[in-house]
Write a protein that binds this ligand. Structure first.
Ligand SMILES: N[C@@H](CCC[C@H](N)C(=O)O)C(=O)O
Length: 325
């Protein structure tokens, strides 16, 4: 083990070891790689080996810091936002690419701070496959034990099923192991694909067997993350504002069940808000097995995600000992 803040970019094609950092956001965990020189060949096999919880370090996903200018999508991103100097190259644990990761983007911001690539002040603009995202540090809500929270402008959200799906409240069916019959569900796009279904209560939520992938009909061409939600009603905060509450479990595309999913929390809150109809709150606290995040449906059509990010370890991976999965 080594602890070398700011000097972890020791990755070269010929290196026999790889300096990594482990982090998480509400227990959605990631292996972080500093590839500021854009020299690392991040293969599917390497991602799977790093993410392997027995033979590797273990994580839901792998996140690589790379200059936006060094990747194929980079020119368009930099045209849209010249300040988006760094790109979050996100891979699911099975090695597949994902457009976005809401918990990951906060952990990415914390990692850039650690590396001295962002000073934590003002706004951080960064590139993702879903477009530019903007991160700011925000105060930790009262009563929450976390040390640092970040808010992320997650961009415009949409319902792939359009206005009709908003009216019907559904445009898909999902069969979840342990819950016998197919349930109506709503597809939500927050840069990556989600399908959200409401359950009757906590007993059903606990009964769902997410060791198997839920079966979604129609089959999403690019796959989907699936969120099971139980609306918990509304609270009135000290400032008089109404806040909705939702409990959620998630089966992530390319991973399996995880203890949190930031984009999934956005999709869950937005779906419950659609179901609640006119007058529903704009701000939602989403409780996941790994903690709580806050989702805000903004008036400009963007969704904002806020929550914690923690870096918990520095490690030196022996590439020779890593078993390709
Ligand atoms: N855990 C992430 C989402 C990661 C990508 C997802 N599995 C996908 O394939 O779309 C989050 O916090 O948003």
């Amino acid at each position: 083990m080594t602890s070398v803040p700011g000097a972890a970019h020791a990755v070269s094609p010929a290196a026999s070891s790889l300096a990594v950092v482990k982090g998480h956001g509400t227990q959605n965990d990631f292996v972080l790689l500093d590839d500021r020189d854009a020299v690392l060949d991040l293969t599917v096999a390497l991602v799977r080996s790093l993410a392997d919880r027995r033979a590797g370090l273990g994580a839901d996903g792998v996140i690589r810091v790379v200059p936006t200018a060094a990747i194929p999508e980079g020119a368009a991103l930099l045209d849209a936002e010249p300040a988006a100097r760094w790109f979050m190259d996100y891979r699911n644990g099975d090695g597949s690419l994902a457009e976005m990761c809401g918990n990951g983007v906060r952990v990415f911001a914390a990692y850039l701070e650690r590396l001295g690539l962002w000073d934590g002040a003002g706004e951080l603009a960064l590139g993702t496959r879903a477009g530019v995202r903007r991160v700011t540090r925000v105060p930790v809500p009262a009563g929450v034990a976390d040390e640092v929270w970040y808010a992320v402008d997650m961009g415009r959200w949409s319902l792939p099923g359009g206005e009709q799906s908003a009216q019907d409240g559904a445009d898909a069916h999902v069969t979840v192991s342990g819950l016998d019959v197919a349930r109506a569900a709503l597809r939500v796009d927050v840069g990556n694909p989600h399908t959200v279904l409401a359950l009757a209560g906590e007993v059903e939520l606990a009964a769902a067997d997410l060791t198997r992938a839920p079966v979604v009909d129609p089959v999403p061409p690019l796959g989907t993350n699936v969120e099971l939600v139980v609306p918990l009603g509304e609270d009135t905060g000290p400032d008089g504002a109404v806040v909705g509450r939702v409990r959620m479990r998630v089966h992530e595309r390319g991973v399996g069940e995880t203890r949190s999913c930031g984009t999934g929390a956005c999709a869950a809150a937005l779906a419950v808000r659609v179901w609640a109809g006119e007058g529903a709150p704009d701000v939602w606290l989403v409780e996941v097995p790994g903690g709580t995040v806050r989702v805000t449906a903004r008036q400009d059509g963007h969704v904002e995600l806020a929550g914690p990010a923690l870096l918990v370890a520095d490690a030196e991976i022996d590439l020779g000992a890593l078993t390709a999965v």
